[in-house]
Design a protein. Structure first.
Length: 245
C-alpha cells in the first residue's frame, strides 16, 4: 500500500492542474485520483477486478466474502475507463458472436482452398496494360464471362486476345487460382486474390477468432477481438470478389 501511495503522490504532483497547464492534465489527474481511491478500498478494488474479468459486480450488501465490510459504498463519479468497461461488458456477447462467426468463416475459407478445383473454359476478349510509377507494370485480362484478372506484364505476354484459356477456380466461392493457355499449356497463378496476395487475411482471422472464441479472461481484450474479427469478416467478403486492381 505504501508503494501505491508513493506512486500516487508522484503522479499527482506531476499532473495537478496547479502544476501542469496542459489540456489533458486535468483529466489525467482525475483518473489518477480515481485509480488511487479504488486501490485504497478493498471492496471497490474487488468489484473493479470482477469488472475486468467480465463478471457482474456484486453489491456490498449481497457479498458473502468475509474479507470485506458491509456498509454503503461512497457514490463517486466513475472514470471514463470504468464506463467504457461497463459498456464493453454489456455488449460483450455480440463481440463473442462475431468471433464465432469469424471462426466458422475462416474454416470455410480454408476448406474452399483445400477442396479440388473446378476448371472452366473461357476466352480473353481484351488485354489492357497499366503503368504505375512506384510498382511493377501490370496487365488486366478481360474474360468473356465478365471476369477481370490482373497479371504482371511479363506473364500477360503469354496470353493473347481471343485466346481460349482454362481457369482453375475454387469449389465453393469460385476464386480464380490458376490461368492456363490451352494452346501453349502455359500456366500462371492469379496473384490478386484472397488465396494469393491476401492469404494472410484468412490465416489471421483463424487465429484471432480462435482466441476470441475460447479465451474467457478479460472483458476489454475479448471485446476488442470481437471488433477485429468483425472487420476481418467484412474485408474477407470484399477480397473474395477482388481479382484485379
Amino acid at each position: 500500500m505504501q508503494e501505491v501511495k508513493r506512486a500516487y503522490r508522484k503522479l499527482a504532483l506531476q499532473y495537478h492542474p496547479d502544476r501542469n497547464a496542459t489540456a489533458e492534465a486535468a483529466s489525467i489527474f482525475i483518473e489518477i485520483t480515481e485509480a488511487y481511491e479504488i486501490l485504497s478500498d478493498p471492496q471497490r478494488k474487488f468489484e473493479y477486478d470482477r469488472l475486468l474479468q467480465g463478471v457482474q459486480p456484486v453489491p456490498v450488501e449481497h457479498s458473502r466474502d468475509p474479507r470485506f465490510r458491509r456498509g454503503p459504498v461512497a457514490r463517486e463519479s466513475a472514470s471514463k475507463r470504468r464506463e467504457a468497461l461497463e459498456l464493453m461488458r454489456l455488449y460483450l456477447k455480440y463481440a463473442v458472436m462475431f468471433s464465432r462467426l469469424a471462426l466458422i468463416f475462416s474454416v470455410v475459407l480454408i476448406a474452399d482452398y483445400s477442396m479440388p478445383v473446378k476448371k472452366e473454359r473461357n476466352e480473353i476478349i481484351d488485354i489492357s496494360r497499366r503503368r504505375e510509377a512506384r510498382y511493377a507494370q501490370s496487365s488486366q485480362l478481360a474474360l468473356e464471362d465478365g471476369e477481370v484478372l490482373t497479371l504482371n506484364q511479363e506473364t500477360a505476354r503469354q496470353f493473347q486476345r481471343g485466346a481460349i484459356i482454362t481457369l482453375h477456380t475454387t469449389s465453393l466461392f469460385s476464386v480464380p487460382l490458376i490461368l492456363e493457355n490451352e494452346k501453349t499449356h502455359f500456366k500462371s497463378k492469379v496473384p490478386v486474390s484472397i488465396y494469393a496476395n491476401f492469404v494472410f487475411l484468412p490465416l489471421i482471422m483463424l487465429i484471432t477468432s480462435l482466441i476470441g472464441t475460447f479465451w474467457w479472461k478479460g472483458v476489454e481484450f475479448r471485446f476488442n477481438l470481437g471488433i477485429v474479427n468483425a472487420l476481418l469478416i467484412f474485408l474477407s467478403f470484399i477480397f473474395l470478389r477482388i481479382h484485379s486492381f
